[in-house]
Design a protein around this ligand. Structure first.
Ligand SMILES: Cc1cc2nc3c(=O)[nH]c(=O)nc-3n(C[C@H](O)[C@H](O)[C@H](O)COP(=O)(O)O)c2cc1C
Length: 218
């Protein structure tokens, strides 16, 4: 695909079809993403690609926690806490993920897709060592973006979601992640369910006016 087409495709998919991604293709994408830059080439990331029974069992146990009303407690929770500066808070309030669903009175589409892990058949769980500088979170973000662009280029759909790492102890159990690694983020990779309402472009959130985020200083 042309780069501009890949980039213009970059919208998240909140419901995947049941079609699994070829395992070799998944490995090829992650291998290519290893070219991503990182602080001093530290490459702090690890990927645990979870699929098949392991993923089904994880989803089941996550659903159980949700039903029991257990609060999410991501490993990155201290960063994800409510200590947002006013600036991103405004983005959350005005163009945040759930708002188009909210305004269309369809917030349950958003919630249900998150609770079922977007029906993803293949999920890349991303970790960094528990002892990491903030730079490693930055590096992990770059790595995630590489994975997503490479996946889109292969005709896949992507879903980055912290909701999939809401219960890190379960992710650790099913993805076989050691205790000394932080379960940072997860990306669902697969094929879009084109018939699913939750994927309707009318729910795509807008971006802030360019002038609000850009300043040229000479
Ligand atoms: C770090 C990160 C975490 C995210 N977590 C979730 C999530 O838990 N649930 C969800 O539905 N979307 C999640 N998203 C997707 C964003 O809500 C989405 O990218 C944003 O609303 C812009 O929408 P678009 O990518 O379709 O343009 C996450 C995205 C990122 C980068």
């Amino acid at each position: 695909m042309e780069f501009k087409d890949v980039y213009n495709h970059e919208r998240v998919t909140r419901k995947f079809s049941n079609r699994k991604v070829n395992e070799k293709l998944l490995a090829k994408i992650i291998k290519k993403a290893q070219l991503s830059p990182s602080l001093l080439n530290s490459q702090p990331w690890r990927i645990y690609m979870v699929t098949g029974d392991a993923l089904s069992n994880l989803k089941e146990e996550v659903m159980q926690k949700i039903k029991e009303g257990v609060d999410p407690h991501e490993d990155f929770a201290t960063i994800l806490s409510l200590n947002w500066d006013a600036y991103p808070s405004q983005s959350l309030a005005t163009v945040g993920a759930s708002q188009p669903y909210f305004y269309n009175n369809k917030i349950e589409l958003f919630t249900q897709s998150n609770d079922t892990m977007f029906n993803a058949q293949d999920v890349a769980f991303m970790t960094i060592p528990r002892t990491s500088p903030a730079w490693s979170v930055f590096d992990l973000g770059i790595f995630a973006q590489s994975i997503m662009l490479l996946a889109l280029d292969e005709g896949l759909a992507v879903m980055p979601a912290h909701s999939m790492v809401a219960y890190p102890e379960l992710v650790r159990k099913y993805a076989e992640i050691p205790e000394n690694e932080l379960v940072g983020m997860a990306i669902g990779l697969g094929y879009k369910d084109n018939a699913a309402e939750v994927n309707d472009p009318k729910y795509y959130p807008a971006r802030l006016p360019f002038e609000k985020i850009y300043k040229l200083v000479k």
